[in-house]
Each structure stands twice: as structure tokens, then as C-alpha cells.
Design a protein around this ligand. Sequence first.
Ligand SMILES: NC(=O)c1ccc[n+]([C@@H]2O[C@H](COP(=O)([O-])OP(=O)(O)OC[C@H]3O[C@@H](n4cnc5c(N)ncnc54)[C@H](OP(=O)(O)O)[C@@H]3O)[C@@H](O)[C@H]2O)c1
Length: 255
Amino acid sequence: MNLLNKTILITGASSGIGYELARQLAAEKCKLILLARRKEILDSFTEKIKSSNTILTYQCDVRNKCEVENVFDDIRKKMDHIDIAILNSGVGLKASVENFDSKLADESFEVNVLGLIYCVEELLKDFIPRKSGIIAGVSSIADVRGFPMNGFYCASKAAASVFLESIRVELKRHNVKIITVRPGFVTTPMIAKNKFKMPFLMKADKAAGIIVRGIKKERKIIQFPIGTVIWGKLIKVLPNFIFDFIFSKQIPYEK
Ligand SMILES: NC(=O)c1ccc[n+]([C@@H]2O[C@H](COP(=O)([O-])OP(=O)(O)OC[C@H]3O[C@@H](n4cnc5c(N)ncnc54)[C@H](OP(=O)(O)O)[C@@H]3O)[C@@H](O)[C@H]2O)c1
């Protein structure tokens, strides 16, 4: 698929993978609709790239359903239609059992699952009647199992992946395509606090390039890097006693 002049919406475009996606898609001469809470970053991005294409920016907290609805209502007034939506907003909050705090679960599920679902709801209002459109939801290879200290994150990404798979099958008859994006570790502010050695760590511009190429090919699943994909497949089928043995050794002691 040629992306020239396509209208592409990206959530979480103010940082990391989303920012890189916006930069690369602007270079491909796409019309962009960028969403994040930090609108000032989106506006300075628009200034910086000095693109002749249309770029709309919106302050939007995807946890707030009303805010999401209002943003999409305004987009409908300003743009003919959306061709592709990359639902990338996400949070990676660490939580240990010693400092258990369900507020972190609220935020993880509100952004990574409900925020995604609120955007899908708005997109389908236009995509189903038009019988076209692509939604790429950014999940994670961390959807395979419950890694210690990352229970809320893994559970939310597993929920996102399963939800995307379910609607992918249903939407086939409406000619609406669903892509699940499953990155491994990517150098962004989200993982900056990780103290362990992250295998197959990839730069955000490379990750965004793989996602753009995957969207052009309309892949059902875009997953990378290959080393982490294979690692994820192996971890998924590990018997519990081996999984517990390996990962219990990686939990730092907390008082
Ligand atoms: N980095 C990795 O290793 C990795 C691996 C697998 C999957 N992922 C996934 O990739 C996606 C992008 O993550 P990243 O690594 O690029 O992280 P990042 O640099 O921290 O970017 C996260 C983006 O999400 C937005 N966001 C967070 N909360 C939001 C909210 N309530 N409403 C709207 N937007 C919100 C942030 O914008 P504002 O703060 O301005 O709102 C920011 O633009 C996430 O879904 C993440 O789970 C990342």
C-alpha cells in the first residue's frame, strides 16, 4: 500500500515510538492527526518538520471517554476521513507485591486497554459504513506471560492483544483491517528506568520503520525484533516450574 496522502491518526505521538512514527510518516507525505496529553510537544514537532502536509494536533487523555469522543467529533469536521489509525498510547508501570497499589492497575488498564477501546469505538463509526480502514493497535511481546513486577503491564497487553485478535476476525466482513503490533524492548522513556539488561534492545526509529513497512504490507501481526519474538514463543510454552525458577531469580529484594 502506498501511504502518499493517506490520513493517519497516531495516539501517543509525543514520545518514543509514536513520535518516530509521526516523523517517518510526515516524510512519506501523509496527512497526520496526532494525539497525546502533551500537546505542546506535538505542536513543536509540527513546527520543526515544516511539512507542507496537513497536521492536526489534539490534547487528548485516552482514559477519558468524553475527551476521546470530542476529539473524534472535531476530526470529522476537519478531515474527510481517516485511512489508518495507529493506537500507540501506553504506560509501563512497575508494581511489586510489597508495594501493591491498585491505582497503578487503574492507569495501566485505562490507558493500555480502555483507551484503545474508546478510540476503536470512534473509528468503527466511520470505518464500518465506509467498508475500509486500518487500525494498528500497539501491544507488546510482554503479552505472552506474567513477568514479575510487571503484572499490570503484562495483563493489560494480553487483554489488548486478545481484544485486537477478536475484532480482527469480526471486522474482516466489513473490510476493516486490524493489525496487532508486538514490539520487544525499544529505547524510549518508557523503559529508561529498567535496571536489567534488555535483550535485543532496538532504537525507536528502527522500530517505527518496521511498523511503517508492516502497515504498508497490511500484516496481521507486526512483531520484532526476531530474537525477542522467538524468545517470547519459547517462554510461552515453558512449564510453570521452569518459568518460576528463571524469573524468581530476577526479582530484586524489597523491604
Ligand atoms: N519501549 C518498549 O520497549 C515497548 C515495548 C513493547 C511495547 N511498547 C508499547 O509501545 C507503545 C509506545 O510506548 P513507548 O515505548 O514509545 O513509550 P513512551 O515514550 O513513554 O510513549 C508513550 C506515549 O503514550 C502517551 N500516553 C501515555 N498515557 C496517555 C494517556 N493517558 N492519554 C494519551 N496518551 C498517553 C504519551 O503521551 P503523553 O504523556 O503526552 O500523553 C506518549 O506519547 C506503548 O503502547 C508501549 O506499551 C513499548
